[in-house]
Design a protein around this ligand. Structure first.
Ligand SMILES: NC(=O)c1ccc[n+]([C@@H]2O[C@H](COP(=O)([O-])OP(=O)(O)OC[C@H]3O[C@@H](n4cnc5c(N)ncnc54)[C@H](OP(=O)(O)O)[C@@H]3O)[C@@H](O)[C@H]2O)c1
Length: 512
């Protein structure tokens, strides 16, 4: 009897460990003929289908103005998938997954599009068993977000009826500044409750970004030293080696501050600086992130020159190849002052971080692609070894590499073999790739699954989006008065002014 109970408990435990499969439902994608749908959303859904993580009763409905049949749309998506995956697309998986893909041509500004959509979704409920569950994914130009939300609301598609859910997904960028983000939140809240809203920052779907929390909160050794008593300063770098490529027109409107700093970089800052949440659930985690944003000291507009640097790349060399300057890129004004590089010194005014600067930077056309957080600890108060013996010794640095070569390294002092007592810094390295056999899923895969399961932990809450803009608003206003962006050559680590930002504090940027 006891044996049977033990067996049953083991079976139960195995079942508990099985990954959950979402309820039946439909994902309606606005902007379906666009780049994101073909390159990211549909491949992520295909991967979920291949792993049997999608319910059989699942459907995608794409909407945009281009005239296409369901079959044309499926073919376009398959072509992109095959370009990405060469021969590895499974015919069987695609055949079964693509049966649930549909396309409705229509203008997302026009009410009739929504009437047609409503009828089509009812039909899918009846024919495919999608159970009245709807996800509305806004993958269109941000200027269309308010109109789509309003039309959905007018058509009553925001309402959660008969046990079905209605969720709204908003792509980045969330507003262009504080006022527009507040307005957008207001527009959305007229029709959707916060629990229905999923603001995406795909950085949060990255395994290694989630690993920042795992490293901090599942190890006893880091938290005791994760504060101003032990940490001298923190550096966060989001560097790209590429330029703007064909996205010149988009980038002219955005710039690095809006494209990277307001969302990805601020999120990484929050995860690095936040207090341990009481649980890994949406409210607990987001509450702690918002507290960090509130604690960041606003940069007075008059001090923007002291605490913020913006730069733009000139021509130069990247990986041994000539690279043209930003102003020579396609669809970029020849006198453009749009920033392709930003560096900021931020202070987090709370008990844990008082007096510890967070230096953050994001740039294009850097010598390499690298996203990393480095926690630089105080120097030892005294070393018993002689001066010349410790010339190669640096303070301890814990580096969390988000990409590439995801992992963690700790710089420690070690004795150089041989006589005498020469001490030098060496790295203790953990590479996630060699520690785990499983391949990390793509960020969108994780986020789309969470979305279908109704878990908003890795999505941005309204006050987070506004909190990040509140920090950057004075910087944007300061820059609007002084149009000049500092120059740096492509293939270098940014303008001299950025080195001075740390130099004034007696510090230096780390070379990732
Ligand atoms: N692409 C990326 O890698 C990426 C990464 C992060 C975030 N995002 C965000 O994701 C969103 C989509 O980006 P994207 O690159 O896919 O943009 P995109 O390639 O410009 O696609 C947007 C689509 O919207 C459709 N559209 C425009 N006006 C419309 C209207 N009035 N009614 C219906 N459809 C309309 C257009 O198709 P028709 O001409 O056929 O109507 C277009 O194909 C944006 O908010 C972007 O900032 C994109």
């Amino acid at each position: 009897m006891a044996e049977m109970r033990a067996v049953r408990q083991n079976v139960l435990r195995d079942e508990e460990r099985l990954p959950p499969v979402p309820d039946p439902g439909v994902m309606v994608i606005f902007g379906a003929s666009g780049d994101l749908t073909a390159r990211k959303l549909v491949p992520a859904l295909y991967d979920l289908a291949a792993q049997r993580r999608l319910p059989m009763e699942f459907a995608v409905v794409g909407i945009s103005r281009t005239e296409m049949s369901h079959e044309d749309f499926r073919k376009k998506l398959l072509d992109t998938l095959e370009e990405q995956r060469a021969d590895s697309v499974s015919e069987d998986v695609w055949a079964s997954f693509s049966k649930g893909i549909f396309y409705l041509p229509g203008d997302s500004k026009k009410p009739e599009t929504y009437e047609e959509l409503k009828g089509f979704l009812k039909k899918l409920d009846a024919e495919r068993g999608t159970s009245g569950n709807r996800i509305f994914y806004l993958s269109s130009s941000p200027s269309l977000f308010p109109a789509i939300v309003e039309r959905l609301g007018e058509a009553g598609m925001n309402r959660e009826e008969d046990g079905g859910y209605s969720r709204l997904v908003i792509e980045k960028p969330f507003g262009r500044n504080l006022d527009s983000a507040v307005d957008l939140n207001g527009d959305i809240r007229r029709y959707f409750g916060e629990k229905q809203i999923y603001r995406i920052d795909h950085y949060l779907g990255k395994e290694t970004v989630q690993n920042i929390m795992a490293l901090r909160f599942s190890n006893g050794i880091f938290e005791p030293v994760w504060n101003q008593h032990y940490v001298d300063h923190v550096q966060i770098t989001v560097a790209e080696d590429i330029g703007v490529g064909t996205r010149g027109a988009f980038y002219e409107e955005a710039g690095a501050l809006r494209d990277i700093v307001q969302n990805h970089l601020m999120q990484v800052l929050c995860l690095t600086a936040m207090e341990p949440p009481v649980a890994f659930d949406a409210d607990s985690v987001r509450e702690e992130k918002v507290k960090v944003l509130k604690a960041v000291r606003p940069i007075p507009e008059d001090d923007v020159g002291e605490a913020a640097v913006r730069g733009q790349y000139d021509g130069g060399w990247v990986f041994g190849e000539g690279a043209r300057g930003y102003r020579e890129e396609e669809n970029v004004a020849p006198d453009s002052e749009t920033e392709t590089y930003v560096a900021l010194k931020l202070l987090v005014d709370n008990w844990r971080w008082a007096g510890v600067p967070f230096y953050v930077r994001a740039g294009k056309r850097m010598p390499k692609k690298a996203t990393e957080i480095s926690i630089q600890f105080h120097k030892t108060p005294h070393t018993p070894f002689s001066g010349p013996d410790t010339e190669g010794l640096e303070p301890n640095v814990l580096v969390i590499r988000v990409q590439p070569e995801e992992g963690v390294s700790l710089k420690i002092g070690a004795k150089v073999p041989g006589s005498g007592f020469e001490v030098r810094s060496v790295n203790m390295d953990l590479l996630y790739g060699s520690a785990f056999l499983e391949e990390a899923p793509d960020a969108y895969q994780r986020l789309l699954l969470d979305l279908m399961l109704g878990d908003p932990t890795l999505f941005i809450r309204a006050d987070e989006a506004e909190g990040a803009w509140r920090i950057l608003q004075p910087v944007m206003e300061g820059w609007s008065k002084n149009a000049h962006a500092a120059r740096y050559a492509a293939g270098t680590w940014g303008p001299e002014e950025a080195d001075d930002l740390l130099g004034r504090d007696g510090r230096k940027w780390r070379r990732p």
